[in-house]
Design a protein around this ligand. Structure first.
Ligand SMILES: [Zn+2]
Length: 252
């Protein structure tokens, strides 16, 4: 491995849908892939968790790949995201498509939006988001994950809040092996090696869809691709509306 080259040092090739499919195949042969409200603690289970921070479009590509492998995952939606809006038609349709592929949706809960500093406030606001998303997507929500943890949040280790399974509960923190792709590289163990070795009794695999593209890219390129893609779409939509109503687009 060439340590001076970011491509090999940070394993850019790992973060493609192609490699994700290889990961899923290894996972299927070593574990029973299940969902948060369905898994059996006595089995060698694995949970596929996706926190959608930036890209529902990439989430859909992962959901399609999982569906082809006959697997069901859980997609956590962040309704306060600065990068996407579940009330926009395109994003709404993407989430509906993910659900139609058999996946579960959960809440990616942003305590910072509400400046939460008590368990009561978690219950109250999480319940509100649960009601909203259940009505919006005509589905049941079983689970949530915290977005951007801090020491207070990590101390909130109850099994459930607002009737939803807490992915950071004592059980998950103590008894389930966790591996994540946070920030687009492997900080600890490479996910494929962990899955392939089958050494863990069970697994919670956290991936953020924005990092999983068609071709190898740097994490920063991926963020720019998502942000610029959305900006380009907005500009195109503005021009189209002007044309539709025979209005002029005035510029310098
Ligand atoms: Zn997050």
């Amino acid at each position: 491995m060439n340590e001076s080259n970011p491509y090999s040092k940070y394993r850019f090739e790992d973060f493609t849908i192609r490699h994700y499919v290889e990961l899923l195949k290894a996972l299927k042969s070593n574990y029973t892939v299940s969902q948060y409200h369905l898994f059996n603690k006595d089995e060698k289970f694995a949970l596929l968790r996706h926190d959608i921070d930036i890209s529902p479009q990439r989430a859909l590509q992962m959901a399609i790949a999982e569906n082809k492998e006959g697997l069901k995952a859980t997609y956590f939606i962040h309704i306060h995201s600065e990068y996407y809006n579940v009330f926009e038609k395109e994003i709404y349709n993407i989430i509906c498509k993910i659900i139609s592929l058999g996946h579960d949706i959960g809440i990616h809960f942003d305590t910072h939006f509400y400046s939460i500093d008590s368990k009561e406030a978690i219950d109250k606001n999480l319940y509100l988001e649960k009601e909203l998303l259940e009505r919006l997507f005509h589905t049941s929500i079983h689970v949530f994950s915290f977005h951007n943890t801090n020491p207070f949040i990590l101390s909130c280790q109850d099994e459930q809040y607002a009737g939803l399974i807490n992915t950071y509960s004592t059980y998950f923190q103590k008894s389930v092996t966790y591996c994540s792709d946070s920030n687009g590289y492997w900080k600890f163990e490479r996910m494929y090696d962990l899955v392939q070795s089958a050494k863990a009794a069970n697994l919670q695999l956290l991936t953020h869809p924005e990092w999983w593209q068609e071709e190898p890219m740097s994490p920063w390129q991926k963020v720019k691709r998502c942000v610029n893609g959305r900006a380009e779409k907005n500009l195109t939509a503005y021009v189209e509306i002007l044309k539709q109503y025979n209005n002029k687009n005035i510029d310098w």
